[in-house]
Design a protein around this ligand. Structure first.
Ligand SMILES: NC(=O)c1ccc[n+]([C@@H]2O[C@H](COP(=O)([O-])OP(=O)(O)OC[C@H]3O[C@@H](n4cnc5c(N)ncnc54)[C@H](OP(=O)(O)O)[C@@H]3O)[C@@H](O)[C@H]2O)c1
Length: 312
């Protein structure tokens, strides 16, 4: 049985999801946030240093470990697979083993890139995985390692993540739209753009429900879930929708010409799944949460950028 306000260790507080999670978890318990670089209120921790991770776990003795850190550079992973596996597979394994030994819950994130993109119906949690590249393989290995360690865990597979800060497609499109008259955007990859804040809010809600129900390590709501916004689009569809909205909000002066192109016209070191829409109905039933269409989060995120003004 966990105390009412469990100690939470947050890894990756500077990431898109981690930053949002940092805020959302405050209501659940005291949060020790870690990041690679020194920042106010943050403990510096290089997560490739397994001994340093172990020392922090032993010192802080978290009751909840929220791992929002990952190697997310999908193309670079093909060049430096070892570094990617360290963050995406061996770190979660280490955290899960510690959690199993010390009865701590591990909150962790995975990806739609565990699938090969051949499906044409939303993929549920029971669907077989077949990652196409190093990033997806390493993330799948992280999921399996957590499941095998046997600690209480919530693993949320998400997709196409963006936020009003960090490195993401939405911010890249806004920058390019200010610089160019014409953009070419891939229209043959289909997924569900998901706002980092939605992921963080649902994560915190799920955690709170688990705690309120007695923090039972055998609670059937623990396990792996698909957590994305609803609906689907292509990168071209996402770019068009977000830039139209951005223009309406005054974030860009004029709409560039947005040309649809096939993935073959934009070769990348890593192959991406052509179709990776996740079926998000199970998590909504299990936790009674609502996952709105992708346009909803996009509008809120752009609104936030517009309110933030020229410092963006
Ligand atoms: N981004 C997506 O489109 C996407 C899609 C599906 C699933 N996901 C999953 O969702 C989760 C969150 O992704 P995200 O988009 O929020 O990732 P992100 O913005 O790239 O953030 C990753 C975080 O990991 C930290 N990190 C990486 N290497 C580190 C190291 N050696 N030591 C300490 N910290 C390190 C980063 O620190 P720095 O800020 O110092 O780099 C950053 O805080 C991940 O599990 C990811 O696999 C993401």
């Amino acid at each position: 049985m966990m105390p009412e306000a469990p100690r939470i260790l947050l890894l990756g507080a500077t990431g898109q999801v981690g930053f949002e999670l940092w805020r959302c978890l405050q209501a659940t318990g005291p949060v020790l946030a870690t990041a690679r670089q020194p920042l106010p209120g943050v403990r510096v921790l290089d997560l490739t240093d397994a001994d340093a991770v172990e020392a922090l776990l032993a010192d802080y003795r978290p009751q909840i470990i929220a791992n929002a850190a990952a190697w997310t550079a999908v193309d670079a992973a093909e060049e430096t697979p070892e570094a990617c596996w360290r963050l995406n597979a061996r770190l979660p394994e280490q955290l899960a083993r510690w959690g199993a030994e010390h009865h701590a819950l591990l909150l962790h994130y995975s990806t739609d890139y565990v699938f090969d993109g051949r499906a044409r119906q939303p993929l549920d949690e029971a669907r077989s995985t077949a990652p196409l590249g190093v990033y997806g393989q390493s993330k799948r290995a992280g999921e399996v390692a957590i499941q095998q360690a046997g600690c209480p865990s919530l693993i949320f597979r998400t997709a196409w993540v963006y936020a009003s800060r960090g490195h993401n497609f939405l911010l890249t499109m806004l920058r390019l739209a200010r610089e160019r008259d014409q953009l070419s955007v891939v229209d043959d990859q289909i997924g569900s753009p998901t706002w980092a804040r939605l992921i963080a809010q649902v994560s915190a809600q799920a955690l709170q429900q688990w705690l309120a129900a007695g923090a039972d390590p055998d609670d059937p709501r623990l396990g792996l879930w698909h957590l994305t916004a609803s609906g689907q689009t292509s990168w071209h569809g996402f770019a068009t929708a977000l830039l139209e909205q951005a223009q309406a909000l005054g974030l860009i002066e004029r709409l560039p010409d947005i040309q649809p192109i096939p993935s073959s016209a934009f070769p990348t070191p890593a192959q991406r799944p052509a179709w990776s829409v996740l079926d998000n109905r199970a998590i909504q039933r299990a936790f009674g949460c609502h996952l709105p269409d992708w346009q909803h989060g996009m509008q809120l995120c752009l609104q936030e950028l517009a309110e933030r003004g020229p410092t963006r």
